[in-house]
Design a binder for this molecule. Sequence first.
Ligand SMILES: NC(=O)C1=CN([C@@H]2O[C@H](COP(=O)(O)OP(=O)(O)OC[C@H]3O[C@@H](n4cnc5c(N)ncnc54)[C@H](O)[C@@H]3O)[C@@H](O)[C@H]2O)C=CC1
Ligand SMILES: O=C(O)C(=O)CO
Length: 327
Amino acid sequence: MKIFINRRIPEVGIKMLEDTGLEIFIPEHENLSHDEWMSYCKSHDAILSVGMDFKFDKDFFNECPNIKAIALYSVGFDHVDIKEANQRNIPVGNTPDVLSKATSDVAFLLMQAVARRASYNFEKVKDGNWGDFEPLHALGQELYGKTLGIFGLGRIGFEMAKKSKAAFDMDIIYHNRHKNEEAEKELNAKYVSFEELVSRSDVLSVHANFKPEQKELFNAEIFEKMKPDSIFINTARGGFHNQKDLYEALISKQIWGAGLDVTNPEPIFKDDPILELSNVCVLPHIGSATIEARNAMAKLAAENLIAFSKGQKMPACANPEIYSDNN
Ligand SMILES: NC(=O)C1=CN([C@@H]2O[C@H](COP(=O)(O)OP(=O)(O)OC[C@H]3O[C@@H](n4cnc5c(N)ncnc54)[C@H](O)[C@@H]3O)[C@@H](O)[C@H]2O)C=CC1
Ligand SMILES: O=C(O)C(=O)CO
């Protein structure tokens, strides 16, 4: 089986694939054009896909009939048309769990960075403007006992809620497709409607998996309903928020601050006015960027392909329905 890997991943994953006798190809340069992607996909049996820019849509599947398996180097699979993959019986592996702690750490970090105005204060220091000890200046807010609203309480949302409860004894409310019994029991999390989540949260943190119908769910109408002291955090997908509306909500003080690890568009434009705001902290999609998580993701992606090459089920599969008899 010949595997195309579009960008170098940690050695542990490469070694596992090579030790199994699988043939792998990694191009010399990393920023492939669409045509390069397509030509490599056409000449391989499987892909280990890093990043979310390349879309695995109907045209892709039609043009690359040789592709028999996809292993994503991500938990999110919103860049794959799962229906089309299912129709062709193509398993789509992903990397759940192993990055939940790292990604929720970033949500937690952004929450604190915004609450304590880290970006603003760091800019001041860089400008040589340390300032005197000023009792009324650059004041942040404390998170103790505040309400954390989680939109999408799955694996990462749970970790974010757990940390916030432990560190700041925050009250956890959440909106999810299904009730999360574990979070209700362990963290005393309370299920609320979407409207209640928006109006009651002191910190609203987005952790749902993205679907096109949820595009810009967090827009002017929603920001208007949030508390004026509230903080909006998005570490899920930039497509969840309308960035212009978020900017307007921030400058008109409808909300207090925002922390983003994902942007809309992504990458963010260098001259996006939101970057000028002192109550915003933006990171370049680094949720899973720890040595530990990235190694574990490489291992899991390799395990998925190795299982596939042996005719076995992928251990982490975004479309396990292909393994059921009814598919
Ligand atoms: N910033 C980063 O580097 C990273 C971002 N992510 C993003 O985080 C997302 C979540 O990952 P996991 O927690 O592992 O996924 P998960 O599947 O365990 O949790 C997502 C939860 O959101 C819920 N959900 C989805 N749409 C909803 C809606 N409209 N209303 C209410 N609930 C909804 C689902 O029911 C599920 O419980 C990924 O899909 C990915 O987009 C993941 C890893 C790293
Ligand atoms: O895994 C994902 O979905 C990411 O966004 C990056 O790890």
